[in-house]
Design a binder for this molecule. Structure first.
Ligand code: GLN
Length: 488
């Protein structure tokens, strides 16, 4: 019999609901798997083993509850989502011993749905990065090959799902931080439409781009988690009041790929894309065509300046969001200080890592009077044009397709020296954030050269996660799957 931790979320949920598995046994199996894998992959920053077991035992005593869609299912959370019973560090020295007085909206939703939270996952400090190497608490490693990065910034979440430490994890995606690590670790990752999931209680990076979403081992699993966390929340002013579709029904009743128009943006360059990524992309599109989809060329004329516009907007918003961490309002306070100015200076200098400081300084620069119009206003205009490009593209096609990242997971240490080359690797993911669209990263088996997971990206119409998940599910069911990492 398959060890319970290797099942999909939906499988384990069904067996728990039928009483074929006990919540305590499932939680214990995941905790054992954590103990086995954690020394190699370092996916977790915080754990609550005893409390999780106790919770699972209580669930068993009460008995399965059909009204709770994640009853007894172990999950993990990116350590930028606030929790009352574990610290939330954002992988920064600044918040090394901060515990919130309230749960993030999504955390509360998971608890209400009966999920058992096992721990908090590693990330790039304040979600700034693409490899989880910018964590103040050491990098996570890719379960497929521990000499490689798991991607980022939600790298701990992706590693934790791929290593079967849990059945799903929540991450956040400001420019690709759910989709790219999912792709690197062979998981499915979904960034929902801006406004679909409340960010209340998520530590903000860039508020006009941030979105919280699931990572899991199947499309169905992501759909189920999304149906738990989606919906209106008056505590996030950008949260949408639009009704939430029945995503699970959409997968079951979906018409598959027949007649679906997949748009290929002609501006998404093939140059700089590795052979494995290129091959995964064409393999997925060939298969989609065999299943009845049509490939149509589309145009995103303002794709070339997308990285520049994104960087300016992200850094501007980040510098403003992170101003609160001054050792007085929030964050670690420097010791032995005599004057106020020295207090701010030393608290922030000691608390933040290099990448965070770089982005704050650039953000303050682009917002300063005299430069504001030249940089920020211009970036905002480019962003509007990119949104319009997508609106036009969606008249020609139903889903926009492309790579997730130009490369598969790279070796640890490789991106360290050159921040700019790292920023440029986000070119395929960040347009969905600038335009507020839902984007999903779908595994396409292992690359022939690297033997690492490869993936394609599907971007859908706003608030039509049902169609996006339906198409992804149909394609997923036909594609070769990477399976589980060796030794997991
Ligand atoms: N890699 C991107 C960046 O460094 C994405 C970050 C994110 O989505 N949180 O900005």
């Amino acid at each position: 019999m398959t060890a319970p931790y290797r099942l999909s979320l939906v499988e384990v949920r069904d067996r728990l609901a039928k009483g074929e598995l006990r919540a305590e046994d499932v939680t214990r199996a995941c905790l054992d798997q954590i103990a086995r894998t954690e020394p190699r992959i370092n996916a977790l920053l915080g754990r609550r083993d005893a409390a999780a077991l106790e919770e699972a035992r209580q669930l068993d005593t009460q008995g399965p509850d059909a009204s709770r869609p994640l009853w007894g299912v172990p999950v993990t959370l990116k350590d930028s989502l606030l929790t009352t019973d574990m610290p939330t560090t954002a992988a920064s020295r600044m918040l090394a011993d901060f515990t919130s007085t309230y749960d993030a909206h999504v955390v509360r939703r998971l608890r209400e749905a009966g999920a058992v939270i096992l721990g908090k996952t590693n990330l790039d400090e304040f979600a700034m990065g693409s490899s989880t190497e910018f964590s103040a608490f050491g990098p996570s490693r890719n379960p497929w090959d521990i000499t490689r990065v798991p991607g980022g910034s939600s790298g701990g979440s992706a590693a934790s799902v791929a290593a079967c430490q849990c059945f799903a994890s929540l991450g956040s995606d400001t420019g690709g931080s759910i989709r790219q690590p999912a792709a690197f670790c062979g998981c499915v990752g979904l960034k929902p439409t801006y406004g679909r999931v409340s960010r209340y209680g998520g530590i903000a990076l860039a508020s006009s781009l941030d979105q919280i979403g699931p990572l899991a081992r199947t499309v169905e699993d992501c759909a189920l988690v999304l149906s738990v966390i989606a919906g209106h929340d008056p505590r996030d002013a950008t949260s949408s009041p639009l009704p939430v579709d029945d995503y699970m029904a959409a997968l079951k009743n979906g018409k598959g790929l027949k007649g679906l128009r997949l748009g290929l943006p002609k501006e998404w360059p093939a140059q700089g894309v590795s052979e494995d990524v290129e091959r995964a992309h064409s393999e997925a599109l060939d298969l989609a065509q065999q299943l009845g989809a049509k490939i149509v060329p589309v145009s995103l004329p303002h794709a070339p300046p997308a990285v520049a516009a994104y960087s300016i907007i992200l850094m501007a918003e980040a510098s403003s969001n992170l101003a609160r961490f001054d050792g007085v309002h929030f964050g670690r306070r420097a010791e032995g200080v005599r004057e106020l100015e020295e207090l701010y200076l030393r608290s922030r200098s000691e608390g933040f890592g290099e990448e965070v400081k770089r982005r704050i300084m650039l953000g303050v620069y682009v917002l300063s009077s005299g430069y504001y119009d030249a940089y920020y206003t211009k970036a905002a205009k480019v962003r509007r044009l990119i949104q319009r490009d997508f609106e036009a593209a969606f008249k020609e096609c139903d889903i926009v397709c492309g790579p997730v990242a130009p490369l598969v997971a790279w070796p640890l240490g490789e991106g360290d020296q050159d921040p700019l080359s790292l920023y440029l690797r986000d070119l395929y993911t960040l347009p969905a954030n600038l335009a507020g669209l839902p984007g999903l990263s779908l595994p396409v088996g292992l690359g022939a050269q690297s033997r690492m997971p490869t993936a394609v990206q599907l971007v859908g119409r706003p608030f039509d996660e049902a169609a996006l998940l339906g198409a992804a599910h149909a394609l997923w069911s036909a594609l070769p799957q990477p399976g589980l990492p060796p030794e997991m």
